[in-house]
Each structure stands twice: as C-alpha cells, then as structure tokens.
Design a protein around this ligand. Structure first.
Ligand SMILES: Cc1ncc(COP(=O)(O)O)c(C=O)c1O
Length: 387
C-alpha cells in the first residue's frame, strides 16, 4: 500500500512564475537570450553597507540563535522607523524569516480551521495558499479598477460572512502595484473592529511608493497586525528577514508561536538588516527607489503601445498588471509563447487568482531600462507577427 500525503499538500496550487523562471533558465542554458520581466525581487544586490555588516557578523562569530522575537537592537531600530508617524513599543515587533514568516505567524495566531479570511483577487498567491494550509476559508473578493484593485469598506461589508474573522490588505499590491487610500484603509479598520474581527496589513512594498508619502496602517490604531520585510525596499530577499507588529495583547502568544515555528530569524541576516536601517544606507535605498520610479514611467507607455491595457496607474512596488485581451484570451498560453518565441518572461494572471485572470499578465520592472525596452520591442514584434 502506498502511504498518502496530506490533502492540504496535494491541494496547494503551484506558483506559475516559478515554472516560467525555471523554463527561462533552461532556455538560457541552451544559449537563448531571455529578458526577465517575471521576477518579483529587486535586480540590485543588497546595499554595500548591508553586505559589510553581514560579513562583520560572521567575522565576529555571531552564529548562534537570537531571541525568538529577534535582536533587541534590530527591534528598536524598526520601532524607530515608525516614530515620525506613530510611537510603537519595540515589544510589539517580532522579527521573522521574511514577510513569509510573518504571514505564517499571524495566520497561526488568528485562524482556526474554517475561519474566513477575506482578501483581494488578484492578490499575492502565497496569502491564499498559506491560509489554506491552516485550513482557513479563503474568501477572495474580486476587485477591479473602480477600487484601484484594492478592497474597499463597501466591498468588505458586502462580502462579509458569518465566519469571517480576518481581512487582509496588501498595499501597494502585488500584482497591481496599486495602493489603498488612507481613508478606505482607516474605514476598513473601523469596520473590522466593529465586527470583532482582525485586520492584517502587508506593507512589504511601502518603501517603494512613488510621488507620495503613505502612512503605515499602524497610525490608524493599535489593534491591527502589520507585516513588513527587508526583502524589497531594502533589497535583501535572500537574507530572509521581515517583521510582524502585533497588538499588545498578542505579544506573548506570537512569541510562543515564533519560538515553536522557527526559533528565530537568521542571526547574520538580522545584523545585516540593522545596517539596512542605518542612516548611512538611506541615500542608496532612495536612489534605487527613484530608479524603479523612472522604470515605471518608461515601461508603462511601452506596455500600452503594445496593445495591453493598464486600467489603474500603479503607485508603487515594481509591477504592472495589464489586460492582454486585445492580444490573447489565454494569458497562460501568451506567456508560454512569449517566452519560447520572443525570449521574454512575464507572469500569467492566473498566479494571482481567478478574477478575469486569463486575460491579465504581470510585468515586473526589476530589470534595467535597456532590458525592459528590448523586452517590449520583442513582444511588439511577436504580437504583431501573430496578428
Ligand atoms: C505582497 C507580498 N507579501 C509578502 C511577500 C514575501 O516576501 P518575503 O518573504 O521575501 O519577505 C511577497 C514576495 O513577493 C509579496 O509580494
């Protein structure tokens, strides 16, 4: 008799972008030139100050566990980051292995089997998948350009079910790069509070917002959970450090869960993250943000000229979510064709949900301007030839 695996493992959906990335790498190994516009991480290496601090931590043999909730000086430095907007007690901060660790921790804290968690569709796929691992009831709400692809208080109210326990917002969003307005977010916070439920806000792309200052959701009150990470704005994906801010009454339980789930985030990485928050690193991070901004302004019109429709101008992150219906009604097939025939990798909408996703694709601009221009030139040629 063959031993079986858990149903939750059988049911977990694949992340198509990883398949595309693997195929792209295989084609490159065969000598093909591939332009990567599928990747969800900054193309820059970590800032030099961060790398130096990581090396120094190794030289100083800082190779043991830290406390489960992280290095006290890192938690202080993270708390200090918020101090212009709101005072946060460092006790409320738990350092985690990336935002992914924070997501798992917060879901373990809040969700019992069959509890509902509401989130936008399209949205970051792992949110749905991790919630499913906890046997939660994923309540995906279709969003469109009318609400900038974000949940609104009205949508939350209209889609509320008896078992809804948590609402999750990610702003700027992956895959759309769009932001929720501060008014809507604060209204959703009040609404969720009134219903005795929880709000989680994923602010992983907060540093990468263009032309505007966005307050952290923490400035609306202290009864919500905020996720963030050193991966994107700080360019530290491979170091695996992020954080979760919890309300006071959840500090103890979140610590207990963190001790059991991962003991601690990587120690060397936490020292490197400390350097990422140093004022010395700031100018480099802002320079990179400006580069992303410039790339967005160059790529967006090129995407539109190629026949894709971008229904809401993205305000942050490094993604553009585009309607491809004028070119193809099967975005998965379009992505495969573009990869194999044109040598350009982009991500099919189906990675991000089921809301009209067959006619959407995600472009990432985590690549140089020259490569982005060349990628769009190839796509233009390939789609012109196909029509
Ligand atoms: C919206 C969002 N949240 C969380 C993550 C996880 O990031 P990490 O675990 O690298 O911090 C990502 C990564 O792409 C993301 O896009």
């Amino acid at each position: 008799m063959t031993a079986r695996m858990a149903k939750r493992a059988q049911q977990i959906a694949p992340f198509h972008v990883m398949r595309i990335l693997q195929q792209a790498r295989e084609l490159e190994a065969q000598g093909r030139s591939i332009i990567h516009m599928e990747i969800g991480e900054p193309d820059f290496a970590s800032p030099a100050t961060v790398i130096r601090a990581g090396k120094q931590a190794l030289d100083e043999k800082r190779t043991h566990y830290t406390a489960a909730n992280g290095l006290p000086e890192l938690r202080d430095a993270i708390a200090n980051q918020y101090s212009e907007q709101v005072m946060i007690d460092a006790q409320r901060i738990i350092v985690t292995p990336g935002a992914s660790g924070a997501l798992q921790l917060v879901m373990a804290t809040l969700l019992d089997p069959a509890d509902g968690i509401m989130m936008a569709d399209p949205g970051y796929p792992c949110n749905r998948h991790i919630a499913s691992l906890f046997n939660a009831d994923v309540q995906a709400v279709a969003v469109n350009q009318e609400t900038d692809y974000q949940l609104s208080a009205e949508l939350v109210e209209r889609n509320w079910r008896d078992n809804t326990r948590v609402v999750l917002i990610a702003s700027p969003s992956n895959p759309t790069g769009t932001l929720i307005s501060p008014d809507q977010l604060s209204e959703i916070y009040q609404l969720v509070q009134g219903k005795g439920a929880h709000l989680i806000v994923d602010e992983i792309y907060h540093g990468l917002v263009y032309n505007q200052q966005v307050p952290s959701a923490l400035s609306y009150g202290d009864q919500l959970f905020v996720i963030n990470s050193f991966s994107k704005f700080y360019g530290m994906t491979g170091w695996r450090v992020g954080w979760l801010v919890v309300p006071d009454q959840y500090i103890e339980v979140a610590n207990r869960l963190a001790q059991n789930m991962f003991l601690a985030a990587p120690t060397i990485s936490q020292y490197a993250a400390l350097a990422a928050l140093d004022t010395e690193t700031r100018p480099e991070l802002l320079r990179r943000r400006d580069i992303f901004h410039q790339r967005r302004d160059i790529l967006l019109p090129l995407i539109e000229q190629t026949g894709f429709k971008v229904r809401t101008r993205p305000g942050g992150a490094f993604y553009i979510y585009a309607d491809c219906s004028a070119i193809s009604d099967d975005s998965m097939k379009l992505c495969d064709t573009l990869l194999h025939d044109a040598g350009v990798a982009i991500t099919p909408g189906e990675d991000f949900g089921s809301n009209n996703s067959r006619v959407y694709v995600r472009f990432s601009y985590a690549n140089t301007i020259e490569n982005l221009q060349e990628g769009m030139r190839r796509i233009q040629l390939a789609t012109r030839n196909a029509n």
